[in-house]
Write a protein that binds this ligand. Structure first.
Ligand code: LLP
Length: 424
């Protein structure tokens, strides 16, 4: 399983690092998310090291997996953060992150988001509209400060990914076109609460080619040169966003941090020394280091020679298959080499026909009610996108660190789920 960071079979039984999954689920029950923290921090180091020689800061995109324990581990390792709301900012600060390594992104920041970020003293805001720019300037002026902003370029570049996670084309709501960036730069002197520190882009998610990054970076540098004479201080921040693809199956490939760094070094050339580079990886740190463990609730024959495997986790827990037709490998926790393969559709219990994790996969025919299966590559945009739809409580989360495991979020109780509601 080259695409599962830290998960492997030992004596036929699935482990996370050295820990038997069955030992975890015996105590926590299912569904349960399990993360291999050592792999996540190794991915961070690999990413950071790929950019050696450049002035570079990694800002992990919190939306991919916003677990406090995970944020704390990354903060302690020196990682910065991309927070997309004051909620994500609150998580970063609670986890002990250094505010000067936090950036705030997002197309619709509210006054409350901006105020919280100004009060925390974050590094900069990624700005996506003139309206937002004016609001930041106003709120910063009121506080007697000048906020660093980085303008998000919409480079109008097509990417080869699912349309719901492509963000760099002119028709998308994200970013500003070069002409609007120029206009904003020429008006900077009228906006006393902001200082344009550089430019950014984010092209989409799950990208495996470096070509769009090369094209977008070339354009970004052109726009940077275009606006520099308009500004009192030369802007030097270049933020290339995230989106670095990972394999979800053995025949899929990743976008390696080394290949991305090589392209960036190549395009920056001699200018590299005067640029502060920012990257915003999310998925590539966590996707393959997390899995969702579920129990088989029921087995039910469907078409001839086909079986519905109904799990105790549903689309409310892991939404990606229903939302993006995403494919996640599903494997038994206990291998049975002697069993014939059984053709099945693996589904959840939610009352929606789209609550299907995978249609047409093979699991051992010896699979029984109560046995465990793993939905792999679920560490990114899994728990962070969960909901309580069908009034199903949010699942337990567990971290494996070294040879120990620990609960990092308790299962929501039924009463937790009702908290804040009034009978009348
Ligand atoms: N920076 C910005 C401005 C972003 O909008 C995102 C992701 C990232 C960085 C991190 O991208 P990553 O490295 O994780 O690809 N829910 C979808 C993915 C949505 C991504 C949203 N923005 C999924 O499950 O595939």
């Amino acid at each position: 399983m080259t695409f599962a960071d830290g998960f492997s079979y030992r004596d036929g039984s699935l482990h996370c690092g050295p820990v038997r999954i069955a030992d975890i689920t015996r105590e926590t029950g299912t569904p349960v998310w399990v993360y291999h923290f050592d792999s996540i921090v190794a991915r961070y180091h690999e990413h950071r090291d790929a950019f050696a020689g450049l002035t570079h800061q990694t800002c992990y995109a919190v939306k991919a997996n916003s677990s406090l324990a995970l944020l704390r581990m990354l903060a302690r390792a020196g990682c910065g953060f991309d927070a997309n709301s004051r909620g994500e900012l609150h998580r970063c600060l609670t986890a002990g992150a250094d505010p000067t390594r936090i950036i705030m992104t997002g197309v619709g920041k509210s006054s409350a988001d901006i105020a919280a970020a100004l009060d925390a003293g974050i590094a900069y805001f990624n700005v996506e509209s003139a309206s937002e720019c004016r609001l930041i300037s106003e709120l910063a002026t009121r506080r007697g400060v000048r906020a660093n902003i980085v303008l998000r370029l919409n480079p109008d570049i097509e990417t080869d990914t699912h349309p719901y996670i492509s963000t760099g084309e002119a028709s998308h709501k994200f970013g500003l076109n070069p002409a609007d960036i120029r206009t904003l730069a020429s008006q900077e002197s009228w906006l006393p609460g902001v200082r344009i520190a550089g430019l950014s882009f984010h092209l989409g998610s799950q990208l495996v080619s470096t070509d769009p990054y090369r094209d977008a970076l070339r354009l970004l540098l052109k726009v940077l040169d275009d606006i520099t004479p308009l500004l009192p201080e030369a802007p030097d921040v270049v933020d290339v966003g995230g989106g670095f693809g990972v394999p979800y199956a053995a025949d899929e490939s990743a976008l390696s941090p080394e290949s991305l760094a090589d392209v960036i070094r190549d395009v920056l050339g001699d200018r590299a020394a005067s640029i502060q580079l920012i990257t915003e990886p999310g998925r590539s740190f966590v996707a393959n280091a997390g899995a969702l463990f579920c129990s088989v609730e029921h087995l039910k024959p469907s078409a001839p020679n086909r079986t519905f495997v109904i799990l105790d986790a549903g689309m409310n827990d892991l939404m990606r298959p229903a939302l993006y037709q995403a494919r996640h490998a599903i494997i038994p926790v206990q291998r049975d080499e002697n069993a014939e393969p059984m053709l099945c559709d693996v589904v959840g219990p939610v009352c929606e026909s789209s609550d299907v994790f995978v249609a047409g996969t093979e699991l051992p025919s010896s699979l029984q009610r109560g046995q465990l299966v793993a939905i792999l590559s679920a560490g990114a945009y899994g728990s962070s996108m969960s909901s309580t739809y069908n009034s199903r409580p949010l699942a337990t989360e567990v971290a494996v660190v070294g040879d120990a495991w620990t609960v990092i979020r308790e299962r929501q109780t039924l009463d937790d789920m009702l908290r804040g509601e009034k009978l009348r």
